[in-house]
Ligand binder design. Structure first.
Ligand SMILES: [Zn+2]
Length: 78
């Protein structure tokens, strides 16, 4: 798989596929790099826009409408 990149600086690292952020932000670059590896091992998912913030993200299915960052904020409410 190509196109998955680690982007960030100064304690805010995240994994991107193209322009879409597909992971939460991490303070630790190593943690973000591990997330990148796990994402690279999983099949490509549909890119949707988050219902909460409107940011493109990789959806895991029909019921998955919020990005990981927003889902994290709501802590399992969705
Ligand atoms: Zn969001």
């Amino acid at each position: 798989m190509t196109g998955v990149t680690l982007q960030g600086s100064h304690g805010a690292w995240a994994v991107f596929r193209g322009d879409a952020r597909i992971s939460p932000f991490y303070r630790d670059q190593d943690a973000a790099a591990r997330r990148q590896l796990s994402i690279e091992r999983t099949p490509t998912r549909t890119v949707r826009r988050c219902l909460c913030c409107g940011h493109p993200f990789a959806s895991e299915g029909r019921g998955h409408r919020m990005c990981d960052g927003c889902r994290g904020q709501w802590d399992g409410a969705v």
